[in-house]
Write a protein that binds this ligand. Structure first.
Ligand SMILES: NC(=O)c1ccc[n+]([C@@H]2O[C@H](COP(=O)([O-])OP(=O)(O)OC[C@H]3O[C@@H](n4cnc5c(N)ncnc54)[C@H](OP(=O)(O)O)[C@@H]3O)[C@@H](O)[C@H]2O)c1
Length: 259
């Protein structure tokens, strides 16, 4: 992918299923990759996996809900590599709950992680991009950013909010060489989706395989999305060749949501 070699990319949620695929894809393009998440062990193991192919990688424990943590990450990457050109806001939590029974804590945690966390990273990393006259912010949203689903009220609100942040920042940055876009995946074939299927199987008495088939059937293509498909779109959005695309929310969902 043109122009990505030697760029530095920060990927939040880099120890998760999608985060690891994103980190691997950018590392393969010759980027320096910094990954952050709260849990140090999964983070180290993700970094070790990606470094096997000779990539330059930094694994920095960080809670993106804490602005001081994010600032610290900014300082460490800047000291090591001089700056960050691409930020991928991938960290997120998704807990299902019936609205009437949902605890306020679930709403608070979800909005804080999925929306305020991404906001914190934009707030800390964007100024240097604006000064440099080049940058890319890619927010990993969800089909729930465009459509509504039952029992994921807080998640849906947080991802709708993330689209609002994307569109607003796209205007703020439009004349400064920076683009801000979102990716909206459907059900991805990763650990999280399998964990969710296990939980639903326990609740409903169906098998995990049956639940995964139901997830797949929510897409007109009748399949789950490979994490690498999301990573391919992120590479395209980050490319030097795609400076005119900003403020967009692109679905990778087999045609499930066509807006
Ligand atoms: N999987 C899907 O089907 C799917 C579909 C649509 C959209 N998405 C979105 O894609 C993104 C990645 O999902 P995934 O499937 O890779 O989920 P995942 O496997 O559960 O990974 C989530 C990642 O976010 C990190 N994280 C959570 N809270 C954090 C915090 N406060 N600070 C820093 N890191 C934090 C987690 O690490 P720690 O817990 O150690 O912090 C982990 O690295 C999410 O935004 C999700 O909403 C996923």
């Amino acid at each position: 992918m043109t122009g990505l070699r030697h760029k530095t990319v920060l990927i939040t949620g880099g120890s998760g299923g999608l985060g690891r695929a994103l980190a691997g894809a950018f590392a393969q393009q010759g980027c320096r990759v910094a990954i952050v998440a709260r849990g140090p062990e999964p983070l180290q193991s993700a970094a070790a996996e990606i470094a096997q192919n000779g990539a330059e990688i930094l694994a920095l424990p960080c809670d993106i809900c804490r602005r001081d943590h994010v600032r610290n990450v900014h300082e460490q990457i800047t000291a090591q590599w001089g700056g960050v050109q691409i930020v991928i806001n991938g960290a997120g939590i998704a807990r299902a709950a019936n609205f009437a029974e949902m605890a306020d804590d679930l709403r608070d945690d979800t909005l804080k992680t999925n929306l305020t966390g991404a906001y914190n990273c934009c707030k800390v990393f964007l100024p240097a991009m604006l000064r440099a006259g080049w940058g890319r912010i890619i927010n990993i949203a969800s089909t729930t950013a465009k459509a509504s689903y039952r029992n994921v009220t807080a998640y849906t609100a947080s991802k709708h909010g993330l689209l609002g942040l994307t569109r607003s920042l796209a205007l703020v940055t439009a004349r400064h060489g920076v683009t801000v876009n979102s990716i909206c995946p459907g059900y991805v074939d990763d650990e999280r989706t399998h964990r969710n299927a296990e939980m639903m199987a326990e609740k409903t008495g169906k098998s995990v395989g049956e639940i995964l088939k139901l997830f797949a059937a929510s897409s007109p293509q009748n399949r789950l999305i490979a994490p690498e498909e999301v990573a391919s779109l992120a590479l395209l959005m980050a490319s030097e060749k795609l400076g005119g695309m900003t403020g967009q929310a692109v679905s990778v969902d087999g045609g499930a949501v066509m807006v």
